[in-house]
Design a protein around this ligand. Structure first.
Ligand code: ZN
Ligand code: ZN
Length: 159
């Protein structure tokens, strides 16, 4: 029997499940996620559809903090590379160079959805003034949003 992969932060066994019908491994302690690179955008787009970002707009995230990079893939133990999602270091993720599993720390998937939501909305709102809006978005993106237990609430199925 295959040993269950462990969360690189908590050393808890990951739970397998699906988040908005995208297969993930999730840590029930820290809500860290492992998602395949190929479905990450799908997941983020589904999160955008599910979250009322305007409604949550003024809530600060209480658990955002320093990013902890992960050196070794929890699934295949190959090297992982870390980079900022959309070039933003406040949403750093680690990706396995072999199996493309992507480690996303607690709640950062929400930040990533927020970033993509904002950039899409900005483009829709005013294409011609995109450059001007981009410089404003940098300030807006430094706000973090806290959606307590949101990820765990969306998990269905599992093993
Ligand atoms: Zn964990
Ligand atoms: Zn891997």
């Amino acid at each position: 029997m295959e040993a269950s992969p462990l969360c690189p932060r908590c050393r808890e066994p990951f739970q397998k499940g699906s988040l908005l019908e995208v297969k993930v491994h999730i840590c029930s302690q820290c809500e860290g996620l492992l998602v395949k690179q190929g479905v990450l955008l799908t997941l983020i787009e589904r999160l955008i559809e599910s979250i009322d970002f305007q409604g949550h707009g003024n809530q600060k995230r209480s658990n955002s903090g320093e990013f902890h990079s992960v050196e070794r893939c929890p699934l295949c133990e190959s090297k992982m590379e870390s980079f900022g999602y959309m070039g933003d270091d406040s949403a750093t993720i680690s990706q396995c160079i072999m199996c493309y599993e992507t480690w996303i720390e607690n709640g950062r998937i929400i930040d990533m959805a927020s970033m993509l939501y904002r950039s899409k909305r900005i483009i829709e709102k005013n294409n011609s003034a995109l450059e001007k809006f981009k410089s404003q978005a940098v300030k807006i993106d430094s706000d973090n949003y806290f959606v307590a237990g949101f990820l765990l609430g969306l998990i269905v199925g599992g093993e």
